[in-house]
Write a protein that binds this ligand. Structure first.
Ligand SMILES: Cc1cc2nc3c(=O)[nH]c(=O)nc-3n(C[C@H](O)[C@H](O)[C@H](O)COP(=O)(O)O)c2cc1C
Length: 258
């Protein structure tokens, strides 16, 4: 395996606030020969591409994005969503992140198979965020943009109760350390294929079991016995409903809140 290059992208009003502390904690785990670098988006005048006009700032950032294997996106939650500076960066990046088809549909392009980590934070406390998901929208925006570009997620972390916070708690440092250590195992290609097959097998096995349990419970309660086709159709409907809810939970709803 060749060495991994990591790019931390900091999109916060404060250059040395809590977001930076989180980013540093993750990047400190990057071990030689792997390397890391941080860009602070406020240092750049980021503008969208306009046809026929040069955009040297974006060219400079794109060169760094291309060179990196792992992007660590670090941005606070402002007004219940991703910080404006990071959002503006994502908006301006769109033209170069994805390939457009003849209908304007987007497809992963040159950044496909790179990896990313998302970090965010908020003033809201641990339990407020746990119950109301103040930071969910920030994670969702990052996921939406980067998965459109074909990037693969390594993980995410959130720091709550940042008001007056001058140091990350030991437990949070540990969590971010673990997340950072995963970078050293991230390769240029997605190496999760085998793991995903096992996960899929597990999901199918559990879903089939729950579906059959629900089916037989319903039959018992209704005192019915079904023929082959009604059995098959009811199985498919229950299985589909369970799978849809589970996939929605894991892909859309479930984000770190504490
Ligand atoms: C413009 C602005 C909007 C914010 N909106 C929220 C918010 O909606 N909910 C919240 O819990 N914290 C909010 N905060 C607090 C930020 O999330 C907080 O500043 C951040 O966690 C601190 O990170 P930093 O030290 O890197 O700036 C806001 C802060 C700013 C500056």
């Amino acid at each position: 395996m060749t060495f991994v290059k990591v790019l931390g992208i900091l999109g916060a009003h404060k250059e040395h606030g809590v977001t930076r502390m989180m980013l540093d904690q993750v990047l400190h785990q990057v071990q030689a020969p792997n390397t890391s670098e941080i860009i602070y988006l406020e240092d750049y005048q980021i503008k969208p591409d306009i046809k026929g006009q040069p955009n040297p700032t974006m060219d400079q950032i794109i060169a760094k994005l291309e060179a990196a294997d792992v992007w660590v996106i670090a941005a606070p939650t402002y007004w219940g969503g991703l910080s404006g500076v990071m959002k503006n960066f994502f908006d301006c990046l769109r033209q170069r992140l994805v390939r457009f088809d003849h209908k304007g549909g987007t497809h992963p392009d040159k950044f496909a198979h790179k990896h990313y980590i998302s970090l965010t934070n908020c003033y809201a406390g641990k339990w407020e965020n746990f119950l109301s998901g103040v930071t969910d929208a920030s994670f969702r925006t990052i996921d939406k943009v980067l998965t459109a570009g074909g990037l693969i997620k390594i993980g995410e972390a959130v720091q709550t109760a940042t008001w007056g916070l001058t140091e990350l708690a030991p437990a949070k440092q540990k969590e971010l350390t673990k997340l950072g250590q995963k970078i050293n195992r991230a390769t240029r290609k997605d190496d999760q294929t085998v793991k995903r097959y096992f996960e899929l097998f597990f999901i199918v096995a559990v879903m089939a079991f729950i579906t059959m349990a629900i089916q037989s419970l319903c039959l018992k309660l209704l005192n019915l016995s079904l023929g082959f086709w009604s059995n098959y159709i009811s199985f498919v409907i229950i299985f589909f409903a369970l799978l849809a809810v589970t996939l929605h939970f894991f892909t859309v709803v479930k984000h770190k809140r504490k």
